[in-house]
Design a protein. Structure first.
Lengths: 1175, 474
């Protein structure tokens, strides 16, 4: 669809889904074969063997660890492994397997249908069948898996060895070698335990449990380890333990790392087992079952304590207070409470009007109003943005700007409309997979994409995709589950019952996505866009109506295109010169295309070399392709998905061995090539000069300032496109060097100034005089559908293309059609630009996930399928394996930690410390809850009230606990310095953002606009330039109202955090943060006193006092106090301040003295502890 | 091991104690004057950030880290490889490259002979490049380690790794660990100061001197050698000293009334912070004012007052450690010579060699070198293989050189060896974790015990690795 007939229904769909469907209905790029090392997809086989027809069919796919290893392990290695090598054949390692046995190689030519191995396991000949016993026969599916495996070349993970876990059948001769059993009565504690302690505990004791076996713990000793039971009570000679210490096991003698046991010691052990292996319970260590830990139990509500408190929160708090011999403090003064609820619910101090309107007996009403305020989302969204590690830049070295505010605004909006928390999580984890998905739900997946992105020169993009994956799991662990998961990346959790394998099972849920960047629009832009598309459709409808035979004409045009001779193109796959990509990675794909990734230079010449046996090449074709991992689907890498090809050059080495440049006669592109267009101003060089995008000929004009592009302007920047370069004379060279020169970028590669090619494919032809097919790929795709089966959209796509040529073909239509085309072009010019956002989009071909040894992405071990830690709630029966399943699992009612985690963090925000002081960690290493029953009661109540955050807020705010006075008495300070028992109200410094908002609000400068691009308030410019910043960053200090926006909208650059906010402990957004530190430092004092905007606020505040505060000093100071602290000043406060004001007043005369006096007062007020504090 | 909450609590208790015993009821003027006159040593021992009890007697009390960001070529500066010259233009032996990943180049690129000559220097006979005549002149004061290895080979991860002991962001940096461990000796200056010189900023930015999950008080404070030394240190335009003092006096007086009313010790801390900020305003400009140095000292460093330069930062670093600053990190990001190696190295050596050596000499002359540890080095080394034409080298994590001086280091020696190409370490391999363990050891801490509990885990600078390198220690 370039322009199309869109009825109202499709238009409304357009509004909701601006992804690939709308932007011209991109065909989804062909699914790519997974680059994974251990997934093989098998092609159908040509069966050649005589009785192959009797074989079960080869499976479509297999996974070594999941499918092959168990077969070999259970059915083969006991006879063809370390212990026995029947037929001189063993298959416990790749080397042995390939060596074969006395019957030769098991599958000599690699074709499963002909493999002796398969014939045997399929039991084609009963005499040669394997395993020999009929009862042990493999199932047909297993044979199918083995076939698929052999057909793929029998891949085997490097160094992997299959262990023989079957019971050991020792011969009588073996057993005769055992030292004799002791003849006396054996005492476990005196005789046996010392042997264990000296020889075994190092590897099978408290620290290590090799083979999952330990001997200091009675139940484990009797249960055995990975190799099965260690003891046969009453029969020492039959016990594996004895075989091990006697050195009869193929795995080697135990202990491995110490001296062998003496025959006497072995005799003691034998006798102990013979005598019944008595192990007194008290001699055993006890192991706490970590699954019993409180946070792994599904929360349940305990009955409310009956202590006269009717509010559930108060009942629990009072319960504990009474135990401690304490009681609640009196209720806070209404003015204090008013400021408290304002700071808590909107992060803004109450205005004078709000203070006047407030009635002390109507606190609940004030709370309701604040909960409905649009500023509530700004305040509470910020907490989530910490957990979501929100930032407006990439991080790492380049730390490029990232346009990310749609996600931030989604969070604020979701909080404002009280999107149920379970839905809030589902949309962020898997919004793109929801039915009838909306743009907002796709934007929500930005949660997972808020990871840092390293695009410094020379990086391997896959390495940093893996880093991002680790970060995503960390964020989910900390932010949603309150479980620290990142240590499980490298090894089993040391303290909690979560295994490394389970970590990678979670990983597997998240590993199957494109790192997509669709274009998104604001509601206004959507409306504008819909109007434009509707108007274009109307013009085309009119044209159709005025051209009654349009269908016949169109069909004729199509038929002509079909009949026209087309060059035969051969895809060529030149090798990329890694030294000549400008630091970019140009990654070859299975379909012959290349995808550029990693660092993006502003200017580069990619060099590629090809040894070719094509003779007489008459043309080269360059296809620019879409890809879901490119901005706006590409085909370029610029922030708009565009590219510019300055020059297309080929050197050919002829028979004389000398390279010579190929001279091109012409360059053509499909009909979509743009006309001469000035490059986007962002791509300007430091000294701007005239540079243009335009037709393909620009790529052979020798001028680096002009280049070919497929960018047709807003709304049409991202089409696939084709150019053909036709040499003046056929090229015979056997060595071809391609130089793709891309020089149309700006000067700063660390900004959004580059526009390199994103995905492309090269082909060559020897057909005579080739040129680019005038019909663009999108229209060809519509042609490919049989005429009668085309959708109205496909017809519209074709029609709009024909419209461009109709005038030439039918002179009678020329005027009308060119006029219509001009109208349509004028409409397109008004199309909104939109921005791209980081989101996730599921891949069709899932990646295989493996456990990574020590968390190293280059060391994959056994593969895993999606799953969840067993200690948490189970997945539902027949659960799928996509992100949506995982998202729903996270917010399952049976999740033991999800609701608790959220409730705890809300509590933390209100009271300074959570009911669990370690909100990031509920595992055994976290702190125990101060009020476990309250935590659970709130968690269950939260879920029962539809995961409504506003309900939770209301519950807390209506409690007596919350409304207490926050005064600290020396007794209380001594008894409970951290106020964990809550015998007083919360009192602590507000967050950095709120301090800023208070300054701006009090001074009257604050702009209350909600949402939109992040803003750049004043900051020292040198911070954004080398050598303070690695890269120059375009910090354009806002001069208009954006200078005074709420701090939640301040641009967050990861490597240069905004100084004011950083000083007040605002996190950088590099990793998830669910608990900010609250330091109190001299640097904070310097900033609050001297920073530009702080001073600007003080001056503005002074002016405001003078202007609005009344006619005399007493009134004015009263006004100033109320604005800042929502209370009147005390006489002693006035007495302290006035002399200082007098001093300033005296330094200057008249109004200047007055200004100085009030500037001092304003500055003092803005720096008070009380001003920064929620009391 | 210490819990984070404990840490914050400790800090608060300290402030409270200090406030009650000293500041309560005393006007600001008196306090400020006394401390400005340098006569206020009543609380000298109980410094603002008291630090932890060292595990054993420290050999070094402070650290200056001359971080050569971008990674200087060990092959042109310290690790003389005559054999590499013979292999110039030839492909490296295949076995050398097995499993090797390079950042930009195809590993199978030709070798590039060293661009500069070496000579032996000092009694120790240390081999040092002709590019570093001043460093060569102090060879016997150095311990040169040619066997450093690291885990990362892209700049940001490798610099974060060198700075924080982890490639994961969000961990405290070495400077904040040291300040946390030892506290600060000067109440009027930050304990951990950072300079950024060179051509660019640190790759990875503020994370190289961040405090991670430690309180903000332990974060590195960026200083500048021109303009305001600390951000927002100067009074805003139109605010003179009397206005500033009156403002702070007003804040103090009203805060004190509030403290009397609501009793929260946090208010006492806030009063202390404002007082300290005011003192920092007086003290910091003087501390960085190198114009006060005599001309010989300026000449020794090649420092010129009023200029933003590495030399000025080195001289300022000395002034700061003299005043009790615990950790100074100078981040000089200028060594990423993928191309233009010959010229670029020469330029950067000219910009840094004299001052690096002068710092060691100057500290020695003043008797400070004994307990000041000076560290010189980048985040990794560079490939013996060429990048581009014939004048560049790629990133290389398998072998690089650093040097150390002062603070309990056994100087006058060269430790470790790389192979004939300078590609792999063949003896005395020292991993970044080992380096961190050794630095903490010199400062009196067992790296396995200096830990902070956060996120349910005991974090340490060395993660779960690191061994003290005995041979480095005198």
């Amino acid at each position: 669809m370039i322009e199309s007939y869109q009825n109202a229904r499709t238009a409304s769909k357009t509004l909701r889904f601006p992804g690939p469907i709308v932007e011209g209905g991109f065909p989804t790029p062909a699914p790519m074969i997974s680059g994974n090392r251990f997934l093989w997809i098998c092609l159908p086989l040509v069966v050649a063997a005589s009785h192959a027809a009797d074989l079960p069919p080869a499976a479509e796919r297999f996974d070594f660890q999941r499918d092959i290893r168990p077969i070999l392990e259970n059915s083969c290695v006991s006879c063809h492994g370390p212990r026995q090598q029947k037929g001189e054949f063993r298959l416990d390692s790749s080397e042995h397997l390939r060596k074969g046995g006395e019957n030769g190689a098991p599958f000599a030519n690699g074709k499963s249908a002909e493999a002796d191995f398969i014939h045997r396991v399929a039991r084609l000949d009963a005499d040669e069948a394997m395993p020999p016993k009929e009862s042990q026969a493999l199932k047909p599916e297993q044979v199918g898996k083995l076939r698929a495996w052999i057909d793929a070349g029998a891949p085997w993970p490097e160094g992997f060895v299959i262990r023989d876990t079957t019971a050991l059948e020792l011969t009588k001769a073996d057993l005769a070698k055992l030292p004799p059993a002791a003849t006396r009565q054996i005492d476990f504690v005196k005789d046996v335990q010392p042997i264990f302690a000296g020889a075994c505990y190092d590897c099978h004791g408290p620290k290590h449990q090799e083979a999952n076996f330990r001997l200091d713990h009675k139940p484990t000793l009797f249960a055995g380890g990975e190799l099965g039971a260690a003891l046969v009570k009453g029969d020492g000679a039959a016990s594996t333990l004895i075989h091990f210490v006697a050195g009869l096991r193929p795995e080697g003698r135990m202990p491995k790392k110490a001296d062998p046991l003496t025959p006497e010691q072995i005799g003691i052990l034998r006798a102990w087992i013979d005598q019944g292996a008595d192990f007194p319970d008290e001699a055993s260590v006890t192991i706490e079952d970590k699954r019993d830990h409180w946070s792994f139990q599904v929360p349940a509500q305990a009955p409310l304590p009956q202590n006269g408190e009717s509010h559930p929160i108060d009942a629990f708090i009072k319960d504990r207070l009474s135990h401690e011999g304490l009681d609640f403090s009196p209720a806070a003064a209404p003015t204090s409470l008013l400021r408290r609820i304002h700071l808590d619910l909107t992060g803004l101090p109450p205005t004078i009007a709000e203070q006047r309107a407030f009635k002390s007996d109507e606190v609940d009403k004030a709370i309701d109003a604040l909960l409905s305020s649009p500023h509530h989302g700004e305040r509470w969204g910020r907490h989530w943005l910490d957990a979501a590690r929100y930032a407006d830049s990439d991080g790492y070295e380049k730390d490029k700007p990232r346009i990310n505010h749609f996600y931030r605004d989604w969070v604020i909006g979701a909080i404002n409309r009280d999107l149920p928390y379970d839905q809030f999580i589902i949309e962020q984890i898997a919004g793109d997979l929801l039915p009838k998905v909306t743009q907002e739900q796709i934007v929500a997946t930005g949660y997972l994409r808020n990871t840092m992105l390293n695009e410094e020169g020379g990086v391997d993009p896959e390495q940093f995709r893996m880093e991002a994956m680790f970060d995503r799991i960390d964020a989910i662990g900390k932010g949603i589950l309150s479980l620290g998961l990142n240590c499980v990346q490298c090894h089993d959790h040391k303290y909690d019952p979560i295994s490394q394998e389970e970590y990678y099972e979670i990983f597997a849920f998240l590993n199957n996505d494109h790192e997509a960047q669709p274009r998104v629009y604001t509601p206004e832009e959507h409306q504008r866009r819909a109007n434009i598309l509707r108007d274009i459709a109307a013009i085309q409808t009119r044209l159709r109506e005025e051209t009654p035979d349009w269908e016949a004409k169109l069909a004729a045009w199509e038929d002509e295109w079909r009949a026209a001779a087309k060059p035969a193109w051969t895809v060529i796959r030149p090798e990329v010169d890694k030294n000549a990509t400008g630091g970019q990675r140009i990654l070859p794909q299975p379909d012959g295309s290349f995808i550029a990734a990693g660092f993006q230079p502003t200017k580069s010449t990619t060099v590629m070399r090809l040894k070719s046996d094509l003779k007489g090449i008459t043309g080269f074709r360059l296809e620019m392709l879409n890809d879901l991992n490119l901005p706006a689907n590409g085909p370029g890498r610029s922030f708009m998905g565009t590219f510019g090809l300055s020059e297309f050059e080929v050197d050919s080495t002829g028979a004389d061995g000398k390279p010579a440049p190929v001279k091109f006669a012409r360059a053509t592109a499909d009909l979509q090539a743009p006309e001469k267009t000035k490059v986007h101003p962002l791509f300007n060089e430091k000294e701007p000069k005239e540079r243009y995008f335009g037709p393909a000929s620009y790529a052979i004009d020798g001028n680096p300032d002009t280049g070919w592009s497929s960018d047709l302007g807003p709304g049409r920047r991202n089409f696939e496109s084709v150019a053909v370069f036709t040499p003046a004379a056929p090229v015979d060279g056997t060595n071809l060097t391609f130089k793709l020169s891309q020089k149309i970028g700006g000067w700063n590669a660390d900004d959004l100034q580059a526009a390199q090619m994103g995905r492309f494919r090269l082909s060559a032809t020897t057909s005579p005089a080739p040129s680019a097919d005038p019909v663009p790929p999108l229209v060809q795709a519509a042609f490919a559908v049989p005429r009668e089966q085309r959708t109205p959209q496909q017809v519209a796509t074709i029609f709009s293309q024909w419209r461009r040529v109709a005038g030439k073909r039918h002179p009678e239509l020329a005027e009308k059609y060119s006029k219509a085309t001009a109208e349509i072009e004028a409409l397109w010019a008004q199309h909104p630009e939109g921005v791209t956002q980081f989101t996730l989009m599921a891949r069709e071909e899932p990646r295989l996930t493996s456990v990574l040894k020590r968390g190293d992405w280059l060391k994959p071990a056994e593969s895993v399928t999606p799953g969840v830690p067993a200690v948490l709630n189970p997945l539902p029966e027949n659960a799928g394996d996509d992100r949506l399943t995982f998202a729903k699992w996270l917010v399952d009612r049976r999740s033991p930690t999800t609701a608790r985690a959220l409730v705890n963090r809300v509590w933390q925000a209100y009271f300074g410390t959570g009911l669990v002081a370690t909100p990031e960690e509920f595992g055994t290493q976290g702190e125990a809850p101060s009020h476990p029953e309250l935590l659970d009661w709130l968690a269950v109540d939260f879920m029962e009230h539809g995961w409504s955050l506003k309900h939770l807020h209301q519950l807390i705010l209506t409690s007596r606990t919350y409304r207490q006075d926050s005064r600290v008495t020396p007794e209380l300070l001594a008894r409970d310095p951290d106020n964990r028992l809550l015998a007083r109200g919360p009192r602590f410094r507000v967050e950095g953002e709120i301090i800023r908002d208070i300054q701006l609000s009090v001074s009257g400068l604050l702009q209350l606009d909600i949402g939109g691009p992040s803003v750049m308030p004043p900051a020292p410019q040198f911070l954004f330039e080398p050598p303070a910043s690695y890269a120059p960053f375009p910090w354009k200090e806002a001069t208009g109202k954006d200078r005074y926006r709420r701090a939640v909208y301040t641009w967050r650059r990861r490597t240069t955090p905004y100084p004011f906010l950083q000083t007040f402990d605002t996190p950088e957004g590099n990793v998830a943060c669910v608990r900010r530190t609250r330091a109190n430092t001299p640097i904070q004092a310097l900033v609050a006193l001297n920073e530009n905007l702080s001073m600007e606020a003080a001056r503005a505040f002074a002016q405001r006092i003078l202007k609005e505060g009344g006619s005399n000093q007493a009134e004015r100071l009263d006004y100033a106090w109320r604005l800042t602290l929502a209370r009147p000043p005390q006489p002693d406060e006035i007495a302290a301040l006035v002399p200082l004001m007098e001093k300033q007043r005296a330094t200057k005369s008249g109004p200047e003295g007055e200004t100085a006096a009030y500037t001092l007062a304003a500055r003092v007020l803005l720096n008070l502890d009380e001003t920064f504090t929620k009391e | 091991m210490k819990h984070l909450t404990e840490l914050l609590e400790e800090q608060r208790r300290f402030h409270t104690r200090r406030w009650f015993f000293r500041d309560c009821g005393v006007g600001l003027g008196g306090i400020a004057l006394a401390s400005l006159l340098g006569q206020d040593h009543a609380l000298g021992a109980a410094s603002l950030l008291a630090g932890q009890r060292p595990h054993f007697t420290p050999k070094a009390k402070r650290v200056i880290f001359l971080f050569q960001g971008g990674a200087p070529s060990h092959l042109e500066l310290f690790d003389n490889k005559p054999e590499l010259a013979k292999w110039d233009g030839k492909l490296p032996p295949a076995e050398l490259l097995r499993g090797y990943r390079a950042a930009f180049i195809s590993p199978n690129s030709t070798l590039l002979g060293p661009k500069y000559k070496f000579a032996k220097h000092g009694q120790s006979g240390a081999e040092i490049s002709e590019l570093l005549p001043h460093t060569a002149a102090i060879a016997d004061d150095l311990c040169i380690v040619k066997s450093m290895v690291t885990d990362a080979f892209n700049h940001a991860p490798a610099q974060i790794f060198m700075s924080t002991g982890s490639q994961q962001f969000g961990r405290p940096s070495m400077g904040s660990w040291v300040t946390y461990g030892l506290g600060s000796e000067n109440r009027d200056l930050p304990g951990f100061v950072v300079f950024s010189t060179g051509k660019k900023g640190a790759s990875g930015g503020a994370n190289n001197y961040g405090c991670g999950f430690l309180p903000t008080s332990y974060a590195g404070v960026p200083f500048r050698s021109v303009g305001d030394p600390v951000l927002y240190l100067s009074n805003p335009e139109g605010v003179d000293d009397s206005f500033q003092r009156d403002t702070i006096e007003g804040v103090r007086s009203l805060n004190q009334k509030r403290l009397g009313l609501v009793g929260d010790p946090e208010i006492a801390t806030r009063i202390g912070s404002y007082e300290l900020a005011y003192r920092m305003q007086q003290v910091a400009p003087e501390a960085i004012d190198i114009a006060k140095e005599n001309p010989d000292t300026l000449a020794l460093y090649g420092a010129k007052p009023g200029e933003a330069s590495y030399a000025n930062a080195c001289l300022t670093a000395r002034r700061l450690v003299e005043r009790g600053v615990r950790f100074v990190q100078i981040h000089h990001e200028a060594w990423d010579h993928h191309g233009g190696l010959t010229k670029g190295l020469k330029e950067q050596c000219e910009a840094t060699d004299r001052a690096s050596a002068a710092l060691v000499t100057d500290l020695k002359q003043r008797g400070l070198l004994e307990d000041t540890l000076v560290i010189w080095g980048g985040e990794f080394g560079r490939t013996p293989m060429v990048q581009g034409g014939n004048d560049g080298r790629d990133h290389h994590p398998n072998a690089f050189t650093m040097w150390f001086a002062g603070g309990g280091i056994k100087t006058g020696q060269t430790i470790g060896e790389s192979d004939e190409f300078g590609f792999n370490v063949v003896s005395d391999k020292i991993h970044v974790h080992d380096l961190h363990a050794t630095i903490l050891h010199l400062l009196g801490f067992n790296h396995e015990k200096l830990s902070v509990r956060a996120q349910g885990l005991d974090f340490r600078l060395t993660g779960v690795a690191g061994e003290v390198v005995k041979s480095l220690i005198a």
